[in-house]
Design a protein around this ligand. Structure first.
Ligand SMILES: Cc1cc2ncn([C@H]3O[C@H](COP(=O)(O)O)[C@@H](O)[C@H]3O)c2cc1C
Ligand SMILES: O=C(O)c1cccnc1
Length: 348
């Protein structure tokens, strides 16, 4: 494992460019710091891009889709067939993230890593099928070692496509019925928190069903996770193909020097796994929003992350991150287009 591609170092941040951006912020016609975190976003983008005045033209969204064996435990309010049906919906442009991607002028693609029912060839959908869903994590490891490597590599391949198109920002989304169960199990294993405190309704379970879902996760942890299990093993035993692909994508993006904007609970759990596999990845991530799924706040806390938005969204697909893209664009425009005190003839 130690020589796997995901242990390679991430790209360096250009501190000089970030300092130059900070100096420019100080010259813009506003009291210092008055644009709050919009200032910080522009400065971080400058450090990532190695220029004092960054751009944010090309935004790339990949939605990773896969099914979960644990769905047979009745842990979702929706049937498994919805994963494949939603892949078709993404392809036709009818999903929430499809609409938000168009609004944001982002390129969007879908990667089918293993929906139980193969959707067949569809526009905008890559087939990278590993298996017809994972195994039931309550009873056995969700993935084989080969399956995990293939999922991580599928994330890397998506980032390669984004980089080839000159993407300034990578957004990862996910679709997979029952994936809040997998993500909660991974989050518990990585943070040491109880299933009872992190498990939530996902697509809309009632309280009783949430308790049963927490019980499934508790059993999975007891069966599968020995003390000190390493993050790759946690992902393999409890994760899903799309969760692992997101982790692989965040690592590959950091290695390629492309920042990633992280979505909700599932994506943030994947980001936590990515950082545990390769700590430097943390420097290349932004967090788009705080999901209403209760585990998200705990995962964000473990990450020390401050999400940009809190709109009570709880959808996944990359929708929360896509909603934050216009904010990043505003940060860049303000940074590049505001007049300086000198240009405007205003006393500083
Ligand atoms: C129509 C529909 C569209 C979705 N888009 C994202 N999800 C979200 O809900 C699922 C996780 O929730 P759970 O663990 O409760 O199944 C994932 O597919 C996630 O992306 C959706 C769910 C549904 C039903
Ligand atoms: O925040 C998320 O990622 C999320 C929450 C509920 C259902 N699906 C995804």
């Amino acid at each position: 494992m130690i020589d796997s591609w995901y242990h390679r170092p991430v790209a360096a941040i250009d501190d000089q460019a970030a300092r130059a951006a900070l100096e420019r912020q100080a010259q813009l016609t506003k009291p210092p710091g008055s644009l709050g975190r919009l200032e910080e976003l522009a400065v971080r983008l400058a450090g990532w891009q190695g220029v004092a005045q960054p751009v944010l033209d090309t935004v790339w969204i990949t939605v990773f889709a896969a099914d979960h064996g644990v769905a047979e435990e009745g842990v979702s309010a929706f049937p498994q067939a919805v994963t494949t049906e939603m892949i078709r919906n993404f392809s036709r442009g009818g999903a929430a993230v499809s609409v938000l991607a168009r609004e944001a002028g982002a390129h969007m693609e879908v990667v089918d890593l293993g929906a139980v029912e193969a959707p067949g060839p569809l526009p905008g959908v890559h087939s990278a099928r590993i298996a017809a869903g994972t195994a039931n994590l309550r009873r056995e490891p969700a993935m084989t070692a080969e399956g995990l490597e293939a999922a991580l590599a599928a994330g890397h391949a998506a980032v390669d496509r984004a980089v080839a198109e000159g993407a300034h920002l990578f957004v990862g989304g996910e679709m997979g019925i029952a994936n809040t169960t997998a993500a909660t199990a991974v989050a518990c294993a990585l943070t040491g928190r109880d299933p009872e405190s992190l498990t939530g309704p996902g697509t809309g379970l009632d309280t009783e069903a949430v308790d049963r879902k927490a019980g499934v996760i508790r059993e999975a942890l007891a069966l599968q996770i020995p003390d000190g299990a390493d993050p790759a093993e946690v992902l393999r035993r409890l994760g899903g193909f799309e969760v692992a692909a997101l982790a692989g994508a965040y690592i590959a993006a950091a290695q390629a020097g492309t920042p990633a904007l992280v979505d909700g609970f599932i994506a943030s759990t994947a980001a936590l796994a990515a950082i545990r596999l390769s700590p430097g990845v943390a420097d290349w991530l932004l967090f788009g929003h705080c999901s209403a799924e209760p585990g998200h706040a705990a995962v964000l806390e473990a990450l020390g992350a401050e999400p940009l938005l809190a709109l009570d969204m709880r959808l996944g697909e990359g929708s929360g991150a896509a909603t934050a893209v216009p904010l990043l664009r505003q940060a860049v425009s303000l940074h590049n287009r505001m007049a300086t005190f000198e240009e405007a003839g205003i006393s500083s």
